[in-house]
Design a protein around this ligand. Structure first.
Ligand SMILES: [Zn+2]
Length: 362
């Protein structure tokens, strides 16, 4: 087979299709490129497509896109949507196996006891945990509060630690939480004691999982630019953070839910949510905020860490006090918890320190 020969053409096609979309390549030049490829095909420079390998399928798809553009069946906007959807399917296809294979059984857990609900639970996102590790004063503040507050970690902390390859943080998780952890059990969360090393062992069993979640989220994140370009315009982004977001953009949220393949309505969510849908709703709301540019994460690195923000938000929703350094996350969390009637106090770290000094450690 001649599959290899198409690799170079794939690069050329991808690059030029993107240029067509961004209007850096005009119609005449697109037509010339098309003619060039047709010619190469005719002269047998390309050979046969196998229609099985990724390279050949990509070539077939991208070439047909160029064909449709040259024949004026698709304009730039349609091209953008088609290519995005193709890319998204590719990413989903590539990672769907990984996302579905949690090969974890009861034997992988070693639960040492249940939380007795005698104290309020505080949940730190990873940045706050890092602050706790580095800041002696904060560590002491937290330590003194432990007769009245309990601190919990979640598998998400351990996933971040595993991703950052920073196992030295585990001992601090133990010090901070005394092994109190929130673990998913069916639709519920259980609050129990387990050494975080056990979490790490489970994560090591599915090493590709985090990367898969990140890749899917990156693909999803481009959705906004493809389908809702108006929410990236300055006249929108300048004011979106100042509004009462769910009231002011109610119909936009509902429209975005439809795109996400959901039938949620803001007015319905206000009445409360089913346990079985709770995590999904938090995720959809967070995703919709991305699309709407509401306190939006910028840059690929931030978008990736947003994967963990969502997970921390889900676990944090089972705590009494959710603490973060990230102002954007705090604003989003406050709005989301309020909308779906979850009574968690969202605090920025400075507010939390103040709360400890003024209300707890007295
Ligand atoms: Zn092939």
């Amino acid at each position: 087979m001649d599959c290899k020969k198409f690799e170079r053409w794939n690069l050329v096609l991808k690059e030029n299709l993107n240029k067509i979309i961004s209007k850096e390549l005009n119609y005449q030049n697109a037509k010339s490129l098309f003619a060039e490829i047709v010619m190469a095909k005719k002269n047998n420079e390309l050979g046969e497509l196998c229609f099985e390998c990724e390279t050949c399928l990509d070539f077939n798809y991208y070439f047909s896109m160029l064909d449709k553009y040259v024949k004026k069946e698709y304009d730039e906007k349609e091209l953008k949507i088609r290519i995005y959807e193709y890319h998204k399917l590719e990413v989903y296809g590539k990672y769907s196996n990984v996302l579905k294979m949690p090969n974890i059984t009861e034997e992988d857990f070693k639960i040492e006891g249940e939380f007795d609900n005698s104290k309020l639970i505080v949940y730190f996102d990873m940045n706050v945990v890092n602050q706790y590790i580095d800041d002696k004063e904060f560590k002491e503040l937290v330590f003194s509060s432990k007769n009245r507050l309990a601190y919990a970690y979640s598998p998400s902390h351990m996933e971040e630690i595993s991703r950052m390859n920073s196992k030295h943080r585990v001992e601090y998780i133990v010090k901070l939480t005394n092994n109190l952890v929130m673990l998913p059990r069916g639709e519920n969360i259980i609050k129990v004691y387990e050494n975080p090393e056990k979490s790490l062992e489970r994560i090591a069993k599915i090493p590709e999982f985090n990367n898969a979640v990140e890749q899917v989220r990156l693909a999803k994140n481009q959705e906004a630019e493809v389908y809702f370009p108006e929410f990236r315009e300055q006249k929108h982004t300048r004011r979106v953070n100042n509004e009462n977001v769910f009231s002011f953009y109610e119909s936009e949220f509902n429209k975005i839910f439809m795109r996400q393949g959901r039938t949620y309505k803001i007015s319905e969510l206000r009445k409360g949510v089913k346990l079985s849908e709770r995590d999904d709703i938090i995720e959809c709301l967070y995703g919709a905020m991305d699309i709407l540019s509401f306190w939006r994460d910028k840059g690929e690195r931030k978008i990736k860490s947003g994967v963990y923000d969502i997970e921390h938000l889900k676990y944090g929703s089972w705590s009494n006090i959710f603490v973060t350094i990230d102002g954007s996350l705090a604003n989003r969390a406050t709005e989301i918890f309020q909308l779906i009637n979850i009574s968690v106090d969202v605090m920025r770290i400075e507010d939390f320190k103040k709360y400890l000094i003024e209300k707890i450690n007295i």
